[in-house]
Design a protein around this ligand. Sequence first.
Ligand SMILES: Cc1cc2nc3c(=O)[nH]c(=O)nc-3n(C[C@H](O)[C@H](O)[C@H](O)COP(=O)(O)OP(=O)(O)OC[C@H]3O[C@@H](n4cnc5c(N)ncnc54)[C@H](O)[C@@H]3O)c2cc1C
Length: 303
Amino acid sequence: MAARGGWREKISVRFSGAKLDEPLSRHTTFHIGGPADCYLEIGNSADLRDFAALAAEQDVPVFFLGQGSNLLVLDRGIRGAVVRLRGRFEDMELLAGGRVRAGAGLRVPKLVSFCAQKGLAGLEPLIGVPGTVGGALAMNAGTPQGEIGPAVAEAEIWDLQERRPRALPREDLRFEYRSSSLAGRIILGCVLQLKPGDKVDIMKRIQSYQRKRFQTQPIHTYNVGSVFKNPPGQFVARLVEEAGLKGRAVGGARVSPKHANFIENFSGATARDVLELIDLIRGEVRRIFAIELELEVKVVGEA
Ligand SMILES: Cc1cc2nc3c(=O)[nH]c(=O)nc-3n(C[C@H](O)[C@H](O)[C@H](O)COP(=O)(O)OP(=O)(O)OC[C@H]3O[C@@H](n4cnc5c(N)ncnc54)[C@H](O)[C@@H]3O)c2cc1C
């Protein structure tokens, strides 16, 4: 990487809103995370092109985040630049034939509401996913009632070699349980193929999913949703509860008393607190049930 000062200065000159040593706790739903050397928001393709060229020329590592709703950023933060796509990347547009174009920076609940208003069904299970379209595509976000993957007709990425956007057709994409072949690419957006539906029925489904979430998840706390992936045929929440860990705390982090696959930052938790709690949960579930839990949350940065 180029000398720390040099590239940061160049980015600050070209992108006036760039912030140096920005605490990432301000950009994650956990409200946890050390500083990014440089944090910036990019609002259009021309700026993205300039930024990508500058980052390549200066050999700067770049991490793209969305709403930070599936991230545990470690306490010493992220070296290099952290980028959030905003502005034109938050656009959505109704196309012909039940298709919708959505930018990577758009919030998922806004997209779900837009589709409902247009009488387009398929995304209702995603109403409570508090992330962006980019994050949802990288994670193949969803619930047992449905994921984003099956609705994706085409994805748009930034091609680093060609220095321009590139469309990837459905047949070039893979979506699995909480992962996709788009992870690790620079995701700009997608085109979704939805089904025509009755607006009232769509709204009813949305309301019922919201009600269920409100009853079962600690949505008003600082958290990142499910911490672990459910092993085949098992529910992590039940395993953790049966292991007697509901409410167990390490420092400012605790297993949610409401949903045992959630960890809450209830009092100034550090990433280290969360990692210790994760280790404790994994250890107990391994010891009692001989099951190895896999993380759903992405752990990034330096400890
Ligand atoms: C209360 C709550 C409930 C939740 N419920 C669900 C649920 O029901 N189902 C579910 O699947 N998830 C759920 N989540 C987790 C989370 O919301 C999803 O994983 C979401 O898709 C993450 O989106 P994000 O924009 O916040 O991504 P981030 O957390 O910011 O990033 C996640 C990953 O996506 C990558 N990424 C994001 N944007 C881009 C981009 N433009 N280009 C390249 N890579 C990118 C990041 O690099 C990272 O690897 C929940 C979280 C919370 C807090």
